[in-house]
Design a protein around this ligand. Sequence first.
Ligand code: 5GP
Ligand code: MN
Length: 323
Amino acid sequence: MTTNPQARAIADAILARQRFVLSSHARPDGDSIGSQLAMAYALRALGKEAVVVNADPAPPPIMQFPGVPDIRIAPRVDGEFDAAIIMECSDLARTGVAGLDRFFVINIDHHPGNSGFGQLTWFDSGAAACGEMVYDVILAMGAPLSREVATHVYLAILTDTGSFHYSNISPRTFDICRETLEAGVDPVLVARNVYDSNHMGRLKLFGSVLSAMQIDPTGRIAIIYLDHEMAREAGGTYEDTEGVINLPLTVKDIHAVVFFKQVEGEEYRVSMRSKGEIDIGLVAKSFGGGGHKNAAGCTVTGAIDALQKLFVEKIEEAIAISA
Ligand code: 5GP
Ligand code: MN
């Protein structure tokens, strides 16, 4: 395999340095955790120092993977490092960790709209997960594909492809997964840890969100909603709704989902998902957010009924364009 020149450049910049702080976006997911910890284990195997600092803890299921409970949760980075490696993060501010810009910043990401921050950037919107890119850098550094490294690469790919549902999956995605299995990854155990280790409050909250689901007049868009009172009544938290947005898409006729989560008052976090060529990322962008073609989000303020109508209109346009 020929090494990607950008992976090579990043590997060389890393090999020339010794002490690293690693970070990713706030409210980390499987790809952000998997990318960071694959890199951390690889750096340590090369005799380097690697400290992972995140603004928020990993979701409980992800906490079961090696090294995750040791991640430092802090709003700023203390101490001195030769470089900061930021993975799976479209902008330095999205880390929610202050002080990273004091160091030589390396930016590895696949989110469309990455701001190109840092002294060294490798951006590939074609990667199915940032973990694929991190895998390339690890190989280019000559670090061994230990079971820990392989597990985190596989975790990143499994979660960021929505269990191999989303676009950007390539033959290379499976080549990498194959290598991780050769290195000792147990895909059944990873899937169990990620998908089958919930608590009852989460299932009840899913029930409550789905019971209140609305469908637009065309029958193609599902609208779901959550506020603090619903979470309290179900015995779950906002973190527990991770994944609920994908369920309406399991219905054949549903092409897109929009999920409104009350932050406070009339402020809402909006998450969207779509199938195939429907570009929900453009919809999010028109509301000041961003994301990928099939998964995107933004934050908006307004009366919920008017907001829902507005988003449905924009999504209907996106469906029309894709047809
Ligand atoms: P989620 O719905 O899981 O919060 O976000 C899905 C994807 O949309 C994320 O991976 C991220 O790429 C993108 N995204 C979500 N919210 C925002 C936002 O406020 N700004 C930007 N630029 N991207 C977002
Ligand atoms: Mn990702």
